[in-house]
Write a protein that binds this ligand. Structure first.
Ligand code: C2E
Ligand code: MG
Ligand code: MG
Ligand code: MG
Length: 284
């Protein structure tokens, strides 16, 4: 009896695994179509000054307007795209779209609205073409390069074989800013902060989430801000959701705030209306 039960279980699991493989192949095929048919969209989430009012930056966050399933978030397709090279094509699309939007805002206001772009470690190639393409794309459209922030996670820096460290030097040499995303949760050493020209640390949402109830979270955030100040690195608090968190971050003199308390990610037209057009009006 137990033997047949075991086999049934095995058959059940292999059935589930087979189903998952089919589902994955379907998504991969659909991503190819999405690239061809322009189904991806960039949303922008404003990054606020400490007052929670002024906006000088926005994070670009990809969405997929799926013909059957509606609006999908990155967690539903970026991990799959990372497993098979499609992330490179998606990354190229994100770069060109973000640069176009940033250039549009720059022309509208004559002021730089920095656009912060998430990049997967798998986009970094050995030859450095990835960096070249960023520089070329900015030059082609006449966008000041300090308009762009590249966001990478700490884990990206931990692979000693990765060509990324050298390429980050080239990025910062040409004026593009570098931000460490989800700071504090990766397997990292702080050594890279000294070695690389990092401009921004984004404190992971999990620390912000617990800061009202957990003394340790506050202590860590305070330490990060103090360290960053000494290194002349700016700090963004990610995922600010409550007034209480905002007040504490003001007391700690954090530099920038991002989170649902202030604004959710939104289509670029809406970001333009709410945050860019007012800048243009003020300028004229
Ligand atoms: P991330 O870079 O850490 O982006 C922040 C995520 O937190 C976003 O989710 C944003 O919508 C969400 N968020 C912002 N404020 C709050 C808040 O107050 N509360 C809560 N609960 N969440 C908040 P999203 O857009 O689903 O993106 C998830 C992740 O997908 C991003 O995490 C990033 O790692 C990745 N991603 C997004 N766009 C791209 C892209 O263009 N390329 C690549 N390679 N990855 C991307
Ligand atoms: Mg990010
Ligand atoms: Mg720099
Ligand atoms: Mg993050």
């Amino acid at each position: 009896l137990s033997k047949s039960k075991g086999r049934n279980r095995y058959e059940f699991f292999s059935y589930v695994i087979e189903e998952q493989a089919i589902e994955k192949r379907r998504i991969i095929e659909e991503i190819r179509i999405a690239l061809k048919e322009d189904q991806f969209i960039l949303y922008y989430q404003p990054i606020f000054d400490l007052d929670g009012i002024n906006v000088t930056k926005a994070e670009a966050l990809i969405r997929w307007l799926h013909p059957q399933q509606g609006l999908l978030g990155p967690n539903e397709f970026i991990p799959i795209a990372e497993q098979n090279g499609l992330i490179e094509q998606i990354g190229d699309w994100v770069r060109d779209r973000a640069i176009k939007d940033a250039a549009h805002w720059f022309r509208l206001t004559g002021k730089v609205t920095q656009v912060s772009v998430n990049c997967s470690p798998l986009q970094f190639d050995r030859a450095g073409l990835w960096v070249d393409n960023w520089i070329l794309a900015c030059n082609k459209i006449g966008l000041p390069r300090d308009t762009i922030i590249i966001e990478i996670t700490e884990n990206t820096l931990m692979d000693p074989d990765s060509p990324i460290q050298q390429q980050l030097h080239r990025l910062s040499d040409c004026g593009i800013d570098i931000a460490i995303d989800d700071f504090g949760v990766g397997y990292s050493s702080l050594a890279y902060l000294q070695r690389l020209d990092i401009d921004i640390l984004k404190i992971d949402r999990s620390f912000i989430q617990h800061m009202e109830t957990n003394e340790n979270s506050i202590a860590l955030i305070r330490a990060i801000i103090t360290m960053a100040r000494h290194l002349k690195v700016k700090v963004v608090a990610e995922g600010v959701e409550t007034q209480g968190q905002h007040q504490l971050l003001q007391q700690l003199s954090c530099d920038y705030l991002q989170g649902f308390l202030f604004a959710k990610p939104m289509p670029s037209a809406q970001f333009t209306d709410l945050y860019v057009t007012p800048l243009a009006l003020r300028a004229n």
